[in-house]
Design a protein around this ligand. Structure first.
Ligand SMILES: Nc1ncnc2c1ncn2[C@@H]1O[C@H](COP(=O)(O)OP(=O)(O)OP(=O)(O)O)[C@@H](O)[C@H]1O
Length: 579
């Protein structure tokens, strides 16, 4: 990965602003050298030459140069901070967008903490570099170039000596810098790992309390922190050595310049003022180097951070954006001979599953736990691609189209309902942001949520709390249903939509669902057979194969696995009632 190339590409759209920043910094740099030149005149004309009138010019000039430098450098910093923030925003959004486009398999193998760390802390590290270090170093580099050129004109041997000292310094500093960069990358990984553990631990606080594993959790974090601490101490030591090295050369350079300068004055080649000016240029010339050593940590942290963000730019995309849109879905579904194992695993989850649904049909999928029911739905939604077989919707191969345009026309209600930490209205509109109030009211009514909304003081504007915890399971489920209804989707998928509810609530939710089904192709996954008994066809998935297929009555008559499940789930009396 070419870090520099990708970074420069990000700055490309802002090249005009960058030029402005550079111009300001060059003007600021010119003001930087004015005081040293005036000091030369002070020594030669005022102190040695006795021209006291010039003293006022010197003092006024130094003051004016300081004001000019401050003004232009502030303007440069302002422009650069703006560019920096623009670039950082672009990078974060690019990585975030990529995450939302990458195949689902990425999420099964990547810890959430790691993703969050990259999009927050790594971005922050780059921001620190962009906002403070880069503008300052640019000013200092421009100042150093101006100072070097002036020394060259005034007394070139001094410039050569300074350059040589600088070159000698750079070699060890470069080696140390390389080591620091490597250590910083490891440190970054360690920090991300700690963040991930903290996040997991806090998220699973109920589990931790129930199983009384607080001490294990804290112990694990302590161990991680201790390793990180040891490593950080070593990294800091190398940083300090690097900085001291910079200081050493900062002292060595004036010594050598004094030596050759003193000789040249004695020789009559230069004036005392020239030597004083040359000496006063030395700190300006070494400033960028010292600054780099001083900010080494920020710089070294930002490099792996950049690398980690750029890794996301290279993530594969689930499908090509340029694929054609699916167009209006009618609802004919034909899954042919699907073979599937999750990426990175060997286990065949689906082994040649086929099923066909005409538009408006209702299919029930039942079976043993882990039989592949949810996986089948994920394939149907194009979230994963089968290794073999085809997913045909309305006689079109789903994978030849932009899958998002198909998913937009599918209503999914699953066991786990994700609610935003926002108002009920916003949660409902998630299914169709541009829905009218009338459509919203109708969906709420159909999902049996009207009573609840009327009973709430703030109605639609009630905040449903983080993860919707202020709503009961049944209410959450109905919000999910209203979302699905709002879309008026031609295809509906219920994945254990009612399984976590108590009997009474389930019946009410089920009744709302039944109202939704007519005219739409519907797939219902359920453990409880009563949920699917009205389906046109039911398949029983067992170990990744369709073990049985038929209507509720046909499957009962068959007296196979479906019948066994039925007997296991219901008592004789219940069986008589269900039929
Ligand atoms: N993201 C994943 N990565 C790897 N394996 C997975 C993943 N999701 C599910 N599996 C495996 O695939 C198999 C089928 O899982 P699936 O969730 O489709 O079963 P299911 O029939 O819906 O089960 P249940 O009724 O318990 O919800 C299981 O063995 C499961 O361990």
């Amino acid at each position: 990965m070419n870090l520099l190339k990708i970074t420069l590409n990000h700055f490309k759209p802002y090249w005009r602003k960058l030029m402005v920043a550079l111009l300001f910094s060059v003007i600021g740099g010119l003001f930087t050298i004015v005081p040293s030149i005036l000091v030369k005149r002070l020594v030669d004309d005022v102190i040695v030459g006795g021209d006291l009138n010039f003293l006022f010019w010197v003092v006024g000039g130094i003051l004016g140069a300081y004001l000019g430098k401050s003004l232009f450098e502030t303007m440069q910093e302002y422009v650069q901070v703006k560019i920096g923030l623009d670039v950082i925003t672009d990078m974060q959004i690019r990585a975030f967008r990529k995450l939302h486009r990458t195949p689902m398999s990425f999420f099964s193998k990547t810890p959430r903490g790691d993703m969050l760390f990259r999009l927050t802390h790594d971005v922050e590290s780059i921001q620190n570099l962009n906002n403070t270090v880069v503008p300052r170093i640019l000013q200092q580099v421009v100042g150093a170039v101006a100072a070097f050129s002036t020394v060259f004109v005034l007394f070139w041997p001094a410039a050569i000596v300074m350059f040589a000292v600088f070159a000698i310094y750079i070699i060890p500093s470069f080696t140390l810098g390389k080591k620091m960069r490597k250590m910083s990358a490891v440190q970054r990984e360690m920090s991300a790992d700690m963040y991930q553990h903290l996040q997991e631990s806090i998220e699973s606080v109920r589990l931790v309390r129930t199983y009384q594993t607080q001490d294990i959790e804290v112990g694990t974090q302590e161990k991680k922190l201790s390793d990180w601490k040891q490593f950080s101490i070593r990294a800091a030591l190398i940083g300090k050595v690097n900085w001291r090295l910079g200081n050493l050369f900062n002292i060595a350079a004036p010594g050598v310049v004094m030596l050759i300068g003193g000789w040249a004055i004695w020789d009559g080649t230069i004036t005392i003022g020239t030597l004083v000016a040359c000496l006063s240029f030395i700190p300006i010339m070494f400033l960028p180097v010292r600054s780099m050593a001083e900010h080494a940590l920020t710089i070294q942290q930002a490099i792996p951070a950049l690398q980690r963000i750029y890794e996301y730019f290279d993530l594969p995309e689930e499908h090509e954006e340029k694929l054609p849109a699916f167009g209006p879905v009618k609802g004919k579904i034909d899954l042919q001979n699907l073979w599937f194992s999750y990426p990175g695993t060997d286990k065949q989850v689906l082994k040649g599953v086929s099923l066909s649904l005409e538009q408006g049909n209702h299919i029930g999928i039942v079976g043993t736990s882990g039989g592949g029911k949810s996986t089948l739905v994920q394939l149907l939604l194009g979230l994963y691609e089968p290794q073999q077989g085809s997913v045909m919707i309305d006689d079109k191969n789903l994978f030849d189209y932009n899958r998002n345009s198909f998913r937009q026309q599918v209503g999914v209600v699953s066991q786990e309902t994700f609610l935003l930490n926002s108002t009920l209205r916003q949660n409902l509109l998630y299914g169709k942001p541009d829905a009218t109030t009338e459509e919203l009211d109708q969906a709420v009514e159909a999902a049996g949520l009207k009573e609840l909304i009327l009973s709430l003081e703030e109605g639609y504007e009630t905040i449903v709390g983080e993860r919707g915890l202020k709503l009961s399971g049944g209410q959450r489920q109905r919000v999910a249903m209203a979302r699905a209804i709002l879309r008026q989707p031609p295809v509906l998928i219920f994945d254990e939509a009612t399984s976590s509810l108590d009997g009474e609530t389930e019946e009410r939710v089920q009744a709302s669902l039944e109202k939704l089904i007519p005219g739409r192709t519907t797939i219902t996954i359920a453990h409880r057979l009563v949920t699917v008994r009205n389906a046109d066809v039911i398949i029983l998935l067992d170990g990744g194969v369709v073990a049985e297929k038929g209507t509720h009555e046909e499957l009962l008559l068959k007296q196979g696995k479906y019948y066994e499940l039925y007997r296991a789930q219901y008592s004789e009396l219940e069986r008589e009632m269900i039929g």
